[in-house]
Ligand binder design. Structure first.
Ligand code: IVH
Length: 676
């Protein structure tokens, strides 16, 4: 007996060790992926580690600890956030808009330092939400919004869901045993568009910009919803340490990085104001290439001793200033307000403008979001409007110039009939979006086809808007399944469709039959079922037949699927029309089963890729995504371990480095071949 118990204890000890090993390993890879953007393992390997840890923690719950990577989403939805006082007030920055004002700032600083010459650090001013994170003995214990600068809201549970925020840091200096760091939570443009697309599907009001979307996501009372929003963070300051350990702001940024925090890579050290002004000029254009909104630069005095001597006013530090770029604006006339019909029948008003040049392109239309927005801004047809292009791709109407009204402007009214099919328009109570109720509305069908064929759905290349328009208008295609009955004769008969293009399209259609269950679920355009939900569903169900059989409770029992999504899926499969489309898809040979990724994919398992130059057929993100999906990984620098360098047009120095090291270089064609 005794010896068996001993053996058991030893066993338990080794399980505990295994759990710790897995945790540290996962945290290491989280840092590589989310903080350093330099992943070392494939998604498949990562998922395997996480699954193993989850299984062990399920069996041995006594070993679950709050810093485990499985515990990012925890706790019950909050009723309300509690407010807490900041240890050090969170001041805001004084703003400037011109070189002259920067010169004045520099003069003030020098005066405050009795003529000493300051060095500066120039950072991007991220347009998100300022937060403070507190770590005690290396553990993330609290996260607070800026609030009014003195008190903020405790949003720890929501911040824990942001994967680039470490739950644990290695404290290598007793001075860091209690620290507060500050940074900006933001959303990338891509993340913002994803959230809005999902909201559009659900008939929810759209967020006006990434900042609002990030703010809305951070203030959700249910952390499991925050977890589904792709929030990110850049840390820019250590606001409290037990003992002062660094001499400069630059050193504190390096410390942040060393501790595993994500810092902005575009931070610049400047010896003097001349250099600062130079970078102000450069970033005016360069900031357009960023995938997130930065509304300016922050210029900070580097020496912490200098900062201390300069001090702060009640509102702003005297050692820092924000240089803001004015959003580019133009003045033009709203000639008409049209209404666009979306895939789920949503009606969106769009302002048709007298063409005007803005931020390097000719603008002819601007989104007006919804009827309420038009009323709120009192926008009328014929008005002269100020349009603005911020970080977003589609320009918006900032406001109209009422002084320029002539008296012949016309108020917009949402039509009560769909402008495309004539069916009644309905605006559910409490919603801001009006919808066309016509189930056979050609505009909806066009959008559904467009969604079905999208790269992230069935990936039918060559099925563009011009072809979709003709197929629907000529009554050739009445639902998405009809795509699979198209033949060469019909397609070649369409306008602007040569036989070769028709053949290409038919090939793409045939290929799409193999897209698999997960993509098909997304492609069907079930309300509320975006890409993430489709992914979750395909992990739980292995085929369409399984999913059709699932009841509301089955679906709701899955984590991340709430009652609304469950309801929408069940209702979708109850509808006669949808069942008939599915039958047709099945008869056409569309694969309705989960792909066996392990067997099929992982073609590139363990292979390391580096991308350089511009690819013609994919964006860099798409190429990365594809490599990852097939089990490979993408790193940023070429080393001996690199298996392939994919060289597009105008490759950079990575190409030369690959040659030097004798690493295999493939061009785009070679890459396509490689990924099959
Ligand atoms: S430093 C005391 N650095 O801008 C100085 N702020 O109005 C504290 N922000 O509340 C701010 N990027 O939320 C700093 N690189 C950056 C920033 C930044 C964005 C935000 C921050 C702050 C606001 C200033």
């Amino acid at each position: 007996m005794k010896s068996s118990k001993k053996f058991k204890n030893r066993d338990i000890e080794s399980i505990k060790k295994k759990i710790e090993y897995l945790r540290n390993n996962i945290l290491y890879h989280d840092r590589k992926y989310y903080v350093e953007d330099n992943s070392e393992i494939s998604d498949y390997e990562y998922d395997r580690l996480l699954r193993e840890l989850k299984e062990l923690e399920n069996t041995y719950p006594q070993f679950i600890s709050p810093d485990s990577p499985t515990q990012r989403v925890g706790g019950e939805p909050a009723g309300k956030f509690r407010t807490v006082e900041h240890m050090v007030p969170m001041l805001s920055l004084d703003n400037t808009y011109s070189h002259d004002e920067l010169i004045e700032f520099d003069t003030r600083v020098k005066k405050g330092l009795d003529g000493e010459e300051p060095e500066y650090i120039v950072e991007l001013k991220i347009d998100g939400l300022g937060v403070a994170l507190i770590y005690e003995n290396g553990l993330f214990i609290r996260g607070v919004t800026r609030g009014d600068g003195t008190r903020g809201e405790d949003i720890t549970q929501n911040l824990r869901t942001i994967r680039s925020i470490p739950l644990k840091i290695e404290v290598d200096n007793p001075a860091l045993s209690y620290i507060e760091v500050r940074g900006e939570v933001f959303l990338t443009h891509q993340g913002f568009e994803r959230i809005n697309a999902e909201r559009e599907d659900r008939g929810e009001p759209l967020f006006a910009n990434p900042r609002n979307a990030a703010a809305g996501s951070l203030r959700l009372l249910d952390p499991s919803i925050t977890a589904s929003r792709p929030l990110d963070i850049f840390l820019y300051n250590i606001s409290y340490v037990r003992d002062s350990v660094f001499k400069t702001h630059f050193e504190s940024l390096q410390t942040l990085k060393r501790l595993g925090f994500k810092t902005n890579p575009d931070t610049i050290f400047c010896r003097d104001l001349q250099e600062v002004l130079h970078y102000v000029g450069i970033w005016r254009e360069k900031k357009k290439e960023l995938d997130y909104d930065a509304d300016g630069l922050v210029i900070k005095v580097n020496s912490l001793e200098h900062q201390k001597r300069l001090g702060s006013t009640t509102k702003h530090p005297r050692w820092a200033i924000a240089y803001k770029y004015q959003a580019e604006q133009a003045l033009t006339r709203i000639e008409e307000i049209i209404v666009q019909v979306g895939r789920t029948g949503s009606l969106t008003p769009v302002a048709m403008l007298e063409p005007v040049r803005l931020a390097g392109s000719t603008i002819k239309r601007a989104t007006l979001h919804n009827e309420d927005e038009i009323i709120r801004k009192d926008i009328q047809i014929g008005d002269i409007a100020i349009i603005e292009k911020g970080g977003e791709v589609i320009p918006k109407v900032l406001r109209v110039v009422k002084e320029k009204r002539k008296g012949n402007e016309v108020r917009f009214k949402m039509p009560d009939r769909c402008p495309v099919c004539g069916a009644a328009v309905f605006r559910p109570e409490g919603e801001v979006v009006s919808r066309c109720t016509g189930s056979a509305c050609p505009a909806q069908l066009k959008e559904r086809l467009h969604h079905f064929a999208a790269r992230t759905a069935m990936d039918i290349d060559h099925l563009g808007p011009a072809i979709i328009d003709q197929l629907v208008e000529k009554d050739i295609v009445k639902d998405v399944a009809d795509i699979y009955s198209l033949d060469l004769a019909t397609l070649s008969g369409l306008e602007r469709m040569a036989e070769k293009s028709a053949r290409n399209l038919l090939n793409a259609i045939a290929r799409s039959k193999e897209a698999g269950f997960q993509r098909l679920v997304y492609a069907l355009g079930i309300r509320y079922a975006g890409e993430r939900i489709a992914q979750i569903i395909s992990q739980e169900y292995s085929s369409m037949d399984d999913l059709i059989k699932a009841g509301r409770e089955d679906l709701e029992s899955i984590q991340e699927i709430g009652p609304r999504v469950a309801e929408s899926i069940v209702v979708f499969f109850l509808q006669e029309e949808n069942c008939s489309v599915l039958k047709k898809l099945k008869a056409a040979g569309v694969d309705m089963h989960r792909k066996r990724e392990e067997k099929k994919g992982y073609l590139l398992e363990e292979k390391q890729f580096v991308l350089t130059g511009t690819l013609e057929k994919f964006t860099r993100d798409q190429a990365k995504e594809m490599i990852k999906r097939l089990g490979g990984r993408v790193t940023s620098s070429v080393t001996k371990k690199t298996d392939y360098v994919v060289a597009g047009r105008d490759p950079g120095s990575k190409y030369d480095r690959a040659k030097e090291l004798g690493v295999t270089i493939v061009d785009e064609k070679g890459f396509i071949k490689l990924i099959g």
